[in-house]
Write a protein of this length. Structure first.
Ligand SMILES: Nc1ncnc2c1ncn2[C@@H]1O[C@H](COP(=O)(O)OP(=O)(O)OP(=O)(O)O)[C@@H](O)[C@H]1O
Length: 238
């Protein structure tokens, strides 16, 4: 479970996250929408303890990155926009390598089952990652997260650069991770994917959470209208 209360983060003395409050329980997918520079990545950095909070608090399963960033990172799986894997190892070898580094022993059958669950086709699992698409690399990242039993999954722009079929595929894999009990926070510009996948949606503007919705209460058109209204307000203010 992720809990953020009144979080303030400063960059060069500027409040780039300003009083953020949100909660992501286990099994919930939360989409954090916002334009360029809204503070989405900075929020992720604060959860991981890469930037300090100037105010408020972050808790992952009750643990604070300010007190014990290592313990927090043990519970968190972070999939950046481009998941870094060893290009000359296969998907299954990457999974095995990262698990070994984390002290987790996996049988071949366990590894294949994890990759299956993440949505990576069997015939791709033994191929070198060098030839993988972005979506395939993300699936290996998801399998590593599942193997580590991470309780919180952080995704930064998971669907940017993916074609609609690959984005849909990714959404299914993330949904499966949430259904298996992970809390998921996804920073994105992709309104369609947010509407399709998320349980809750927040709109961040200049570091402030200006709107929050239960995804089932609004259709794609209503979400687009709300997002554009806030984006235009941001444009008018700058
Ligand atoms: N290392 C840094 N040093 C100084 N300012 C930074 C740094 N990183 C981010 N910022 C500033 O903090 C603000 C929030 O940036 P952030 O990257 O969190 O936004 P974002 O919502 O993730 O944007 P994008 O969608 O473009 O990735 C921006 O004004 C950005 O210029």
């Amino acid at each position: 479970m992720l809990e953020i209360r009144d979080l303030v983060v400063l960059r060069d003395g500027r409040r780039v996250v300003d009083g953020l409050r949100l909660c992501v329980p286990a099994g919930c997918v939360y989409a954090l929408l916002g334009g360029n520079g809204a503070g989405k990545t900075t929020t992720i950095d604060a959860i991981l303890g890469f930037v300090p909070a100037a105010g408020g608090m972050v808790r992952v399963d009750g643990l604070s990155p300010a007190d014990d960033a290592v313990a927090v990172r043990r519970r968190v799986a972070y999939l950046p926009e481009n998941v870094a894997l060893y290009p000359y190892l296969s998907g299954v070898e990457n999974l095995d390598y990262f698990c070994t580094m984390a002290g987790i022993a996996l049988s071949r059958a366990d590894a294949a089952a994890l990759l299956d669950r993440a949505g990576l086709a069997r015939e791709a699992q033994g191929r070198r990652v060098r030839g993988y698409s972005k979506g395939m690399r993300q699936k290996v990242g998801l399998a590593i997260a599942q193997a580590r039993s991470a309780s919180l999954l952080l995704l930064d722009e998971p669907t940017s650069g993916l074609d609609p079929a690959a984005a849909d595929d990714m959404a299914r894999s993330v949904r499966a991770a949430a259904d298996a009990g992970m809390a998921v926070l996804m920073a994105t510009h992709d309104l369609f994917n947010a509407r399709q996948l998320a349980d809750r949606i927040g709109i961040l503007r200049a570091g402030v959470l200006v709107a929050e919705f239960d995804a089932s209460t609004l259709d794609h058109q209503a979400l687009t209208a709300a997002y554009l209204a806030h984006a235009r307000a941001a444009g008018a203010a700058s």
